[in-house]
Ligand binder design. Structure first.
Ligand SMILES: [Zn+2]
Length: 112
Protein backbone atom coordinates (compact mmCIF):
# COMPACT_ATOMS: atom_id res chain seq x y z
CA UNK A 1 0.00 0.00 0.00
CA UNK A 2 2.70 2.43 1.02
CA UNK A 3 4.81 1.47 -1.98
CA UNK A 4 1.80 2.09 -4.24
CA UNK A 5 1.35 5.66 -2.92
CA UNK A 6 5.07 6.32 -3.12
CA UNK A 7 5.17 5.23 -6.75
CA UNK A 8 2.07 7.32 -7.51
CA UNK A 9 3.61 10.44 -6.00
CA UNK A 10 6.84 9.79 -7.91
CA UNK A 11 4.82 9.73 -11.13
CA UNK A 12 2.85 12.86 -10.16
CA UNK A 13 5.84 14.95 -9.14
CA UNK A 14 8.21 13.84 -11.83
CA UNK A 15 10.88 12.08 -9.86
CA UNK A 16 11.30 9.73 -12.78
CA UNK A 17 13.13 12.40 -14.81
CA UNK A 18 10.31 13.51 -17.15
CA UNK A 19 8.13 16.36 -15.87
CA UNK A 20 4.78 15.07 -14.68
CA UNK A 21 1.49 16.18 -16.16
CA UNK A 22 0.46 17.76 -12.86
CA UNK A 23 3.67 19.82 -12.81
CA UNK A 24 3.06 21.04 -16.33
CA UNK A 25 -0.55 21.97 -15.55
CA UNK A 26 0.55 23.89 -12.42
CA UNK A 27 3.26 25.79 -14.34
CA UNK A 28 0.99 26.62 -17.28
CA UNK A 29 -1.86 27.77 -15.03
CA UNK A 30 0.54 29.88 -12.96
CA UNK A 31 2.00 31.55 -16.05
CA UNK A 32 -1.56 32.12 -17.33
CA UNK A 33 -3.37 33.19 -14.15
CA UNK A 34 -0.56 35.18 -12.49
CA UNK A 35 -0.53 38.11 -15.00
CA UNK A 36 -4.34 38.33 -14.81
CA UNK A 37 -4.23 38.54 -11.02
CA UNK A 38 -1.36 41.07 -10.99
CA UNK A 39 -2.94 43.12 -13.80
CA UNK A 40 -6.34 43.35 -12.11
CA UNK A 41 -4.63 44.37 -8.87
CA UNK A 42 -2.62 47.11 -10.64
CA UNK A 43 -5.71 48.31 -12.55
CA UNK A 44 -7.73 48.68 -9.36
CA UNK A 45 -4.88 50.44 -7.56
CA UNK A 46 -4.41 52.94 -10.43
CA UNK A 47 -8.15 53.39 -11.17
CA UNK A 48 -8.14 51.78 -14.61
CA UNK A 49 -10.78 49.33 -15.75
CA UNK A 50 -9.88 45.76 -14.70
CA UNK A 51 -11.57 44.65 -17.94
CA UNK A 52 -8.23 45.35 -19.67
CA UNK A 53 -7.17 41.99 -18.33
CA UNK A 54 -9.52 40.24 -20.77
CA UNK A 55 -6.31 40.28 -22.83
CA UNK A 56 -5.35 37.51 -20.42
CA UNK A 57 -7.36 34.98 -22.43
CA UNK A 58 -3.97 34.40 -24.08
CA UNK A 59 -1.00 34.16 -21.69
CA UNK A 60 1.26 36.29 -23.93
CA UNK A 61 -1.19 39.19 -24.26
CA UNK A 62 -2.02 38.79 -20.57
CA UNK A 63 1.61 39.47 -19.63
CA UNK A 64 1.72 42.39 -22.10
CA UNK A 65 -1.43 43.97 -20.59
CA UNK A 66 -0.09 43.36 -17.09
CA UNK A 67 3.21 45.12 -17.91
CA UNK A 68 1.41 48.05 -19.59
CA UNK A 69 -0.87 48.48 -16.56
CA UNK A 70 2.15 48.49 -14.25
CA UNK A 71 3.91 51.13 -16.40
CA UNK A 72 0.93 53.51 -16.62
CA UNK A 73 0.73 56.32 -14.09
CA UNK A 74 -2.18 56.28 -11.70
CA UNK A 75 -5.28 58.28 -12.57
CA UNK A 76 -6.62 60.91 -10.17
CA UNK A 77 -10.21 61.76 -9.31
CA UNK A 78 -11.56 65.01 -10.76
CA UNK A 79 -12.59 67.42 -7.97
CA UNK A 80 -15.60 68.48 -10.06
CA UNK A 81 -17.24 65.22 -11.18
CA UNK A 82 -15.18 62.51 -9.40
CA UNK A 83 -14.34 60.80 -12.72
CA UNK A 84 -10.82 59.39 -12.83
CA UNK A 85 -8.63 61.22 -15.35
CA UNK A 86 -4.94 61.05 -16.25
CA UNK A 87 -2.52 63.17 -14.25
CA UNK A 88 -1.54 65.16 -17.39
CA UNK A 89 -5.01 66.73 -17.68
CA UNK A 90 -5.36 70.25 -16.31
CA UNK A 91 -8.98 70.46 -17.45
CA UNK A 92 -11.28 67.51 -16.86
CA UNK A 93 -12.44 66.06 -20.21
CA UNK A 94 -15.80 65.13 -18.66
CA UNK A 95 -16.89 68.33 -16.86
CA UNK A 96 -14.23 70.89 -17.94
CA UNK A 97 -13.42 71.67 -14.31
CA UNK A 98 -9.81 72.48 -13.45
CA UNK A 99 -8.06 69.40 -12.07
CA UNK A 100 -5.14 71.44 -10.68
CA UNK A 101 -4.59 71.14 -6.96
CA UNK A 102 -4.78 74.33 -4.89
CA UNK A 103 -0.99 74.52 -4.58
CA UNK A 104 -0.34 74.19 -8.33
CA UNK A 105 0.42 77.16 -10.52
CA UNK A 106 -1.95 76.98 -13.49
CA UNK A 107 -0.91 78.77 -16.66
CA UNK A 108 -4.26 79.79 -18.07
CA UNK A 109 -2.74 80.84 -21.41
CA UNK A 110 -1.40 77.30 -22.01
CA UNK A 111 -4.90 75.82 -22.27
CA UNK A 112 -6.97 77.10 -25.19
ZN1 LIG B 1 -14.64 66.29 -14.04
Amino acid sequence: MCIFFASQSMVLFGFGGMPGTVELVIVVLTMWVLPIYLGIRAAKRKHYSPHWMWFGVHPLTGWAACIVLHCLSARVACPGCAEYVGQKYRICPYCQASTAKSGDVVDATAVE
